[in-house]
Design a protein around this ligand. Structure first.
Ligand code: UDP
Length: 328
């Protein structure tokens, strides 16, 4: 029987991952400090005798050590999330991101447990070489801009993970996640799709930041989770780094219009300058498209849920939350 530890298991992606592993019969342990995750995300899993949750901080080392010891594999998802949080709290972002990864790698290394480190497409920074390939150079903005602290912290996580593989022969794989969306994602920390859907359902203007000509590629959380499990299960992924995403691209302005149409909303679009939305001098990424050839080749990964279907699922979820009074 397989036993997996998920750090950040009460988060949006972590809770979907826990669900998937439980569905196939694995024993699942999670640790989460509920800083951005929520107990509501795992409420439906608590009755499962194979699900074990610990609400604690990652830096409580004896707890983390015990959980790593109990598990065969470790999915490390705990991290600061959302551009709002990163811009407001860069110290927390940097310290928390790097420290958590350092500790996971340290304890996993003692027993050589396979680790999956989640990184982010944010590390490609301002690169204009589309689509982004794992072997590309990275173009990060200046350290005077708080936003880039997240990319740099995650990049340090990647270096540290790959260094553990090289130096200590630790089986570790890195997944660079592109914008992942789906039910249970919170709009509180930035995330454009839950924000636009809530705004559209409430008849409020959709807040398009900048000109709206910047684009993103959105991946359904179920596809992301399938890739994570595939990468963990495959023995030959150790020591490697993979993009995980869906190359279907859309501008933010078109996304806003699409959400208005699909919700039958009367909302209008309000264009908000970046300086007002985030902070003075904020730099956005204009395009972010994954090259997914490497992960396709390694584990046969293929995104299965297109954007319209993703939007319909998020709309249905937020409508339901509003009906039951659980929408934050
Ligand atoms: N965005 C927007 N309005 C919002 C929230 C986000 O126009 O209310 C934009 C944001 O500036 C970015 C894109 O949507 O260009 C995706 O933002 P998100 O925070 O979801 O993820 P990011 O790709 O920036 O990490």
């Amino acid at each position: 029987m397989a036993r997996a530890l998920i750090t950040g298991g009460a988060g949006f992606i972590g809770s979907h991952l826990a669900e998937k592993l439980l569905d196939r019969g694995d024993e699942v342990y999670i640790i989460d400090d509920l800083s951005t995750g929520s107990i509501n995300n795992i409420a439906h899993l608590k009755a499962n005798p194979k699900f074990h949750y610990v609400i604690d901080i990652m830096s409580h080392e004896p707890v983390l050590a015990e959980l790593v010891d109990l598990s065969d594999t470790v999915y490390h998802l705990a991290a600061a999330v959302g551009v709002f949080l990163v811009v407001e709290s860069p110290v927390y972002t940097i310290e928390n991101t790097v420290r958590g990864t350092e500790l996971v790698l340290k304890w996993a290394n003692k027993k050589k447990k396979k680790v999956l480190i989640t990184s982010t497409s944010e590390v490609y920074g301002k690169s204009t070489r589309i689509p982004f390939n794992e072997a590309d150079d990275l173009v990060i903005g200046p350290s005077s801009m708080g936003r880039w602290s997240y990319a740099c912290s995650k990049l340090l996580d990647e270096f540290l993970a790959l260094a553990h593989h090289r130096e200590h022969n630790l089986p570790v794989v890195v997944a660079r996640l592109f914008n992942t969306v789906g039910p249970r994602q919170s709009g509180r920390y930035g995330m454009v799709i839950p924000r636009f859907v809530s705004q559209a359902l409430n008849g409020q203007p959709l807040t398009v930041f900048g000109t709206g000509q910047q684009s993103r590629c959105f991946t359904y959380v179920g596809d992301t989770v399938n890739a994570l499990v595939g990468l963990m299960d495959h023995p030959e992924t150790a020591g490697q780094l993979y993009n995980v995403g869906n190359p279907e691209e859309i501008t933010i302005e078109t996304l806003a219009r699409r959400i208005i149409t699909r919700t039958n909303s009367k909302s209008e679009i309000r264009y908000v300058p970046y300086s007002e939305a985030y902070s003075e001098g904020f730099e956005d990424m204009s395009r972010r498209v994954p090259d997914i050839a490497k992960v396709q080749q390694a584990i046969g990964y293929q995104p299965t849920v297109g954007l319209d279907e993703i939007l319909d699922r998020v709309i249905a979820f937020i409508r339901q939350e509003q009906l039951t009074g659980t929408h934050p």
